[in-house]
Design a protein around this ligand. Structure first.
Ligand code: FAD
Length: 147
């Protein structure tokens, strides 16, 4: 049997997604470049839980236990890059998903997340989309278009 350990990273400004200067996809669109480092807190979180998982297997009678410190091929929750906030200097969209730069552009997906939890995000993405849509309908008469 195997255990999978999920830890939740603390927010870290050094972790970011930027546009790669050279790499493009098959359509010539610039590819994302992900900058990420395991923080000391995350490392300690993982080490603690790996030790508990190992302990549980030995207690259950396992005689050969192998651990992998970090699954490099994981990372399936595609979040961030157009983060939500009230300050246009530090965020891309407002609390209802409207772009600070382009007033009739709304973003309703996982990219508006500011941080990511250790668990599945889709229910929250859906809830945010409903919330933004309700606000869009309620404020439809006040919509602005770019000059
Ligand atoms: C293997 C795997 C397992 C997962 N399991 C779970 C789970 O169990 N529970 C959970 O909650 N989450 C799970 N997730 C995460 C979840 O699927 C994503 O976080 C979520 O789908 C993100 O939604 P999104 O709308 O932001 O982006 P996406 O669902 O990725 O939608 C983006 C859309 O934009 C389209 N697109 C991209 N570029 C362009 C372009 N240039 N022009 C037009 N369209 C474009 C893409 O084709 C795609 O349809 C899993 C993810 C993966 C990969």
């Amino acid at each position: 049997m195997s255990w999978g350990i999920f830890g939740e990273d603390l927010p870290d400004e050094a972790n970011r997604v930027t546009v790669d200067a050279a790499l493009t996809d098959s359509s010539g669109i610039p590819a994302p470049k992900i900058t990420y480092a395991v923080s000391e807190n995350s490392r300690r979180l993982l080490d603690f839980h790996i030790a508990r998982a190992t302990e549980s297997l030995h207690t259950a009678g396992a005689y050969d236990v192998a651990t992998e410190a970090l699954m490099r091929s994981s990372g399936w929750h595609l979040l961030g890059t157009a983060r939500m906030g009230t300050d246009p200097r530090t965020s891309v969209v407002d609390p209802y998903g409207r772009s600070h730069d382009i007033p009739n552009l709304y973003v309703m997906d996982g990219s508006v997340f500011v941080t990511s939890g250790g668990v599945n995000p889709t229910s929250t993405i859906t809830a945010l989309a409903l919330r933004s849509t309700e606000h869009l309908i309620a404020s439809r008469r006040d919509q602005r278009i770019p000059a």
